[in-house]
Design a protein around this ligand. Sequence first.
Ligand code: OOG
Ligand code: NI
Length: 471
Amino acid sequence: TDLSSSLDRDELRTRFVVALSDMYRGEVPLYGNLVDIVRQVDRSVLTAQGKSPSSLPVQHELERHGAIRLGTENELRTIRRLFAVMGMHPVGYYDLGVVDFPLHATAFRPISEETLRKNPFRVFTTLLRLDRLSPKIRTMAEATLQRRNLFTDRLLDIIDRAESTQALSAQDADDLITDALKIFKWHSKSAVSLDQYQALNREQPMVADIACFPSAHINHLTPRTLDINLVQVEMVRQGLPAKDRIEGPPPRQCAILLRQTSFKALEEQVDFTDASGAYVHGTHTARFGEVEQRGAAVTHKGRELYDQLLTATRHEAADSGKQPQDFDKLLAQNFAAHYPDSWADLWAQGLVYFRYQLTSAGRYAAPAGELHGQSVDLKHLVSLGLVEYEPITYEDFLPFSAAGIFKSNVADSPSASSDQTNGSADSSEPGHRDGFEKSLGAKVLDEFELYAALERESIRNCERELNLKEI
Ligand code: OOG
Ligand code: NI
């Protein structure tokens, strides 16, 4: 027995993202260029603020998310178990059916305040909906997916042990990382013939991406940046094949939700096998690089307002045949007119989730026990200057933004020319979510409830420190 066995899930997650990032930079050199751009931009932002480039915590340079696409329930369930060992759990449901992709998804991510602080890395994980494919293509996809096994026996064994003993030896931990990487590695030899690839690709390019390869290659990684607008400008200036607009809300004083942009997927050489077993050269387009900038998590009310403004802008733009730059201008105008842009207003109108803490005056008053046992409401405590609030960071994804990212990474398809997505903002028909959860073998957590719980917990802490009755 190994007495040094323990299980530090946060550390495993950090080792995993570092290893994944090294692997991906090796596989997709252009991704390395994007990371360099992000570092340059962040340095220039800090310099402009009179800060030293080393003033950021080391975790700043760890990627914030990645994405994979899976083909079967069994793959999804095993991935769920693997990510749980690294402290990542399924949060949120995303239906890509809103843009007619036979896909739905969740994000595996840390959920507690402490683990998010240590390293919030998450993986957007998509499952192919076989029930949405035409019968012939479905049979073909199922047959190739049945033949592949993403997981080594050693990896399955380590996951079992982590689940049953809640501990791993140092060797187990090393092997977990090594064998997990094998799942996400790129293979330039396809598991199917060029004919089959083309048939699957015609049905929907994502179907070919998922069903034609022996691994579930990571399709992008995403560092964060301090200024996504500058990264977009710099990508264009340096000749990267940048997506033509930034997804998400317009630039604001008070950043909300998530803004993302990417360089588009590259055409890569692939060997297919023909009937005689000989290799035939072809290409595949799936892997890209992305950056993100996160703002505040919004409440249901804040999200409805966001969806409403986005949908209205899309309709307005479609009616007048607007180009992407004009769309962004229109979006910015609509937000400026209707979405409050000061923390005080966002707070007063209940649009954002906040973390509350005692001010120095509050900490001074606490031991004096002046408020002991009283029930004082939160707004009053804030107005007395005893409690202050800061926005909670959004840790999830946005269905329309994800759809925009998917669409801009589909090669040569008629829908690829436009980032504007159709469909209604109500992206989560309950029937689909149920089906996804059945495939997953677990419920997906509700992101709004998680933010509300973080907010409540911070309020309870203030009450305890001030010796108040519960607010
Ligand atoms: C995932 C696209 C979604 C995001 O950042 O919204 C995503 C994919 O292309 O597989 O990663
Ligand atoms: Ni992404």
